[in-house]
Design a protein around this ligand. Structure first.
Ligand code: NAP
Ligand code: G4F
Length: 327
């Protein structure tokens, strides 16, 4: 018998790549989705027949506990969250309910049904915020700079607390930014690749962005979900930083993206718009993936340059396919 995995947030970027990975390894994959009046399966359309769907919500303890009891998973991956940082200033209470208390609800469900179920929490480099050291490691103190970051710190510590209080196999992956052609269009990398594609195909003339000097340690989502799985296969539950160890600015992302599309200098098209500047910024993130390399034998396979090219080419192909033939 193969293992069963329950994934919350299966309709998101990471959920889609993780489901693919686990199905490929023979897992029975159960995906939790919340009820919506429209179809949210865009990212998992190609595997929708292979996944079992259950309806639940991080806000609802009863549904969480019933889902864990009914599906009897060996592993639970808690990827669901309100994950867009600017939205967390607009909806700070809701962000706390989803992204902080939601973690406790899933942990409570696991504890009540079977504390031996292995649990993965999607923690974030946003917890490091105004960074205390460079690069950031598992021991680096947290200094979050947004309601989202604060909520993730809660999610991280409640995971550690359940591990220590109830001897559960509960681990927290502190993942640095990871991107792909399936990234939501509100995040800066996808906003750039989509914007570049629109300019290339004559559908737009400019791209409006915020802080071009912000620096992130960007990797490919497909590489990062492998690390999530590896963390749950270890003998001991421990937390890991997952990152490439290299950082790049938004400006550099723009430069490579416009060059990939053959549009020349990004400076001709990119305009800084104060609407996209944040109330408090995380200026620099760079992770130290040393422990993940040593213990998990994990390393990213896709470089920054390959990632930018992959995203720009995918958006050009996707948008071109929607245009009348010959455009
Ligand atoms: P994403 O694309 O925004 O996906 C979020 C998922 O959460 C979606 O499936 C969404 O469902 C679901 N969700 C939101 N609120 C929910 C609720 N109340 N109940 C049930 N499901 C709910 O995020 P992602 O990029 O895949 O990231 C996955 C996780 O990793 C998130 O927790 C994120 O905070 C964390 N993380 C991401 C990164 C990164 O760079 N991508 C880095 C560090 C940590 P709908 O489809 O219904 O909206
Ligand atoms: O792409 P972003 O919105 O991602 P951010 O805020 O780093 O958060 C993402 O990564 C986290 C891991 O560190 C996750 F936990 C979180 O869920 C999410 O996936 O912004 C990246 C940087 C920021 O410094 C922002 O100020 O890009 C800068 N930026 C500049 N112009 C912009 C824009 N960001 C967005 N979204 N839109 C802009 O126009």
């Amino acid at each position: 018998m193969g293992k069963t995995a329950l994934i919350t947030g299966i309709t998101g970027q990471d959920g889609s790549y993780l489901a693919e990975l686990l199905l490929g390894m023979g897992y029975r994959v159960v995906g939790m989705t919340r009820r919506t009046s429209t179809d949210v399966h865009e990212r998992i359309r190609h595997i929708v027949e292979d996944v079992e769907f259950v309806s639940g919500d991080l806000l609802d303890q009863t549904s969480m506990t019933k889902i864990v009891a009914d599906t009897k998973p060996d592993e639970v991956y808690n990827l669901a969250a309100q994950s867009f940082v600017p939205a967390s200033w607009m909806q700070p209470v809701l962000t706390g309910e989803f992204t902080a208390l939601g973690v406790t609800r899933v942990l409570e469900a696991v504890r009540a049904v079977d504390p031996k179920i292995r649990f993965y929490q999607a923690s974030s480099s946003e917890m490091f915020g105004k960074v205390a050291e460079v690069p950031q490691r598992e021991e680096t103190p947290f200094y979050p700079r947004s309601p989202y970051g604060v909520a993730k710190v809660y999610g991280h510590w409640i995971t550690v607390n359940y591990r220590e209080s109830y001897d559960m196999f509960a681990v927290s992956g502190i993942l640095f930014n990871h991107e792909s052609p399936r990234r939501g269009k509100e995040f800066v990398t996808r906003k750039i690749s989509d914007g570049v594609a629109r300019i290339k195909l004559g559908l737009a003339r400019e791209l409006r962005l915020g802080n071009l000097d912000a620096q992130r340690d960007w990797g490919f989502a497909g590489d990062y979900v492998r690390a999530m799985w590896l963390m749950l296969q270890q003998e001991r539950p421990e937390d890991y930083v997952i990152a490439t160890g290299r950082t790049h600015s938004v400006r550099e992302f723009c430069r490579i993206a416009f060059e990939t599309a053959g549009l020349g200098s990004y400076e001709e098209y990119v305009k800084v718009d104060p609407r996209f500047i944040r109330p408090a910024e995380v200026d620099l993130l760079i992770g130290d993936p040393g422990k993940a390399k040593r213990v998990l034998n994990w390393a990213p396979e896709v470089s920054f340059e390959q990632l930018v090219q992959m995203m720009v080419e995918a958006d050009i192909d996707r948008i071109r396919a929607t245009l009348p033939t010959g455009s």
